[in-house]
Design a protein around this ligand. Structure first.
Ligand SMILES: [Zn+2]
Length: 363
């Protein structure tokens, strides 16, 4: 399975380089840049980090129903999407559910993720009212009383394994139908690692960011940009154009997209920004007290790995963890087999992922 993962990584990572920038993806929000998390490459993936709880952010935690429960609801874009992804979505939610259990006082959270409860009289139970109109706000299934905030589950080859919008976009900033989405690559259905990768996407839907992009990550993991697939092609472009250095591209939250280099924005520690109605927002990011390599929101060493290189050698992977990781640990100058380890894909939510849900959706 690992070989398959690596093969997919290469294929999808190659495709990812042709993708539009994640915060300038106009398909999602008219002329506004959406709070969209686009995975650089196929996912693998204590503490947590999130961007939903600060009152000045453009995204917030999902709102409570009148009974106090937060029911995040989704619909499938088309019959094919339901056929292809219903089981996968159920399994991904089950990864979370196994950790957080049912909402309630004793569990300390309010979160449920479920398909929109269609009126039985409605025949066409999909996000969009017909196939011909495509996934446009104008084609939204308004007649079925489907709220515009409902998350669209849609199979699309957007060049990555999956991408999702982050948290709940305030209607005052963008109330468009279909503004919340989880895109899944059409090939995602059959493989075992699709489930944890989708569970990771659901973490973005709750409002969680990548654990390895926390401000304190360098005490725990090492990011080696030159090991990312596509680095050499990007370097050629950067040198040809002469506007930036590779150091700038590798640390930037956005510059990678300018050079068809999808990796760095998914590893950058820079502040995130987005624009709504011409106004720029710098996101206020909250971080839990502990860094968590076991988080479902943490990338594995396979993310962005260049499959032409020897796998398992810590010196070849974009992300590895220090054996001596600890708060305040001063990282050595160089990654070696003695001081570093490979980070495996996390198939479960960690204890601190559970705390993250309690933090965002407290009882
Ligand atoms: Zn992600």
């Amino acid at each position: 399975m690992r070989l398959l993962l690596l093969l997919l990584l290469t294929v999808l990572a190659a495709a990812a380089r042709a993708c539009p920038p994640p915060f300038n993806n106009f398909r999602f929000a008219g002329n506004d840049t959406a709070a969209l998390i686009q995975e650089a490459m196929l996912e693998n993936g204590l503490g947590w980090t999130e961007a939903a709880s600060h009152f000045q952010n453009p995204i917030q935690p999902w709102p409570r129903d009148s009974d106090g429960i937060v029911r995040i609801k989704y619909c499938f874009a088309t019959p094919d999407d339901r056929q292809n992804f219903k089981i996968l979505i159920d399994q991904a939610w089950n990864v979370w559910k196994t950790g957080i259990k049912n909402p309630g006082h004793s569990r300390g959270h309010r979160l449920i993720f479920q398909e929109f409860n269609w009126n039985p009289a409605v025949e066409w139970k999909y996000c969009y009212k017909d196939l011909a109109g495509g996934s446009t706000p104008a084609n939204w299934n308004h007649g079925a009383n489907l709220p515009t905030e409902t998350i669209v589950i849609i199979g699309e080859d957007v060049g990555v394994f999956a991408q999702s919008t982050l948290g709940y976009t305030l209607p005052a900033l963008n109330n468009a139908a279909g503004r919340h989405k989880v895109n899944i690559h059409p090939s995602a259905g059959g493989s075992g690692f699709s489930v944890p990768l989708l569970a990771h996407e659901l973490g973005h839907v709750w409002g969680l960011l990548h654990e390895h992009q926390r401000s304190d990550r360098d005490h725990y993991v090492h990011f080696e940009c030159s090991n990312l697939v596509g680095y050499n092609q990007a370097r050629q472009l950067v040198e040809q154009q002469g506007q930036h250095t590779m150091d700038e591209v590798c640390t930037s939250e956005t510059l990678g997209w300018k050079y068809n280099f999808a990796g760095p924005p998914n590893f950058s520690k820079e502040s995130r920004k987005s624009t709504y109605h011409g106004q720029d927002y710098v996101w206020h990011v909250a971080e839990g007290p502990f860094y968590d390599v076991a988080s479902i929101m943490h990338y594995a060493s396979g993310h962005g790995f260049d499959a032409s290189r020897q796998e398992g050698n810590v010196q070849n992977h974009p992300l590895t963890m220090w054996k001596g990781r600890w708060p305040g640990f001063q990282p050595p100058g160089q990654v070696t087999q003695d001081n570093s380890e490979i980070i495996n894909l996390n198939y479960r939510v960690s204890n601190l992922d559970v705390f993250a849900v309690k933090h965002l959706y407290p009882w």
